[in-house]
Design a protein around this ligand. Sequence first.
Ligand SMILES: Cc1cc2nc3c(=O)[nH]c(=O)nc-3n(C[C@H](O)[C@H](O)[C@H](O)COP(=O)(O)OP(=O)(O)OC[C@H]3O[C@@H](n4cnc5c(N)ncnc54)[C@H](O)[C@@H]3O)c2cc1C
Length: 284
Amino acid sequence: MDYARPTELEEALGLLWARRWTIIAGGTDFYPALGAGPLKDDVLDINGLSALQGIAETEEHFVIGARTSWSALLRAPLPPAFDMLKQAAREVGSVQIQNTGTVAGNLCNASPAADGVPPLLALDAEVALSSAEGTRHLPLSAFILGNREIARAPHELVTAIRVPKASAAGRSSFVKLGARRYLVISIAMAAARLVLDGRQVAEVAIAVGSCSAVAQRLSALEARLKGADAAALPPLIDAYDFPELTPIDDVRGTAAYRRQAAREIVMRAVAGLLDAAGQGGLAA
Ligand SMILES: Cc1cc2nc3c(=O)[nH]c(=O)nc-3n(C[C@H](O)[C@H](O)[C@H](O)COP(=O)(O)OP(=O)(O)OC[C@H]3O[C@@H](n4cnc5c(N)ncnc54)[C@H](O)[C@@H]3O)c2cc1C
């Protein structure tokens, strides 16, 4: 096998153009997936690419470089709309995992239980895919195609995740349900972002993970909540039947439990945001 650790993006893209490599960032998904077996693939280690490190701001976007770790994200000064992503960051494994694992690696691994996906869906995030031919941007919802399946071509590298500033409005909250409090794979998780105009919902984005092969935005629920009075949100959530979700039975929980849990954690996420906005005490 070959191992390459380029220090320039162009060099990395040139290598990917020439032949197939397995990309490694923090390695916190990559190494456990290897199990006890030997390393057989040619490995392209992106940890020498300083250009992919950190979070930058352009006129229209917040740009999270592909080498940004969960810990670096937690330290970054970002608007409250990113609180849900930071809350998810604190839930990714342990501090050691957060120091090493990257936000982009979480998306590329495309686990149904990836904690980063629901918050980034609720931020309308896009994924930057670069190759020797240039860069294209895909909405996150079009990047993750299925369980462990992404829209990356073999010669492409994910270089960044970008969040439109127009979507970085309001307050946000993330609620994760696991079998224990820490170091646990999600049974279900919910991310919610809410913009209130007085008592009225001006904007709302809600996504649920671990209840379908790919985390889902709850667009039909969002449509019902938009324009509603804050007091109407809990009954509207309660009455919703979550058609976007297709949970399965597995060792962590049954489909029926996940469906019930999804309603509860969406309710808690939204209730928390109403409390923070001084519109609390309204949730059932
Ligand atoms: C003990 C433990 C606990 C964990 N707990 C959680 C948890 O609670 N929640 C959770 O969501 N995850 C958890 N994880 C999984 C993991 O830590 C995260 O998914 C992490 O964000 C992965 O990032 P990474 O940089 O380590 O990815 P890597 O392991 O380096 O890569 C993951 C995959 O993405 C690909 N990849 C990485 N970067 C790029 C890129 N720039 N372009 C193209 N492809 C790329 C790799 O080829 C690989 O297929 C845990 C892992 C461990 C070991």
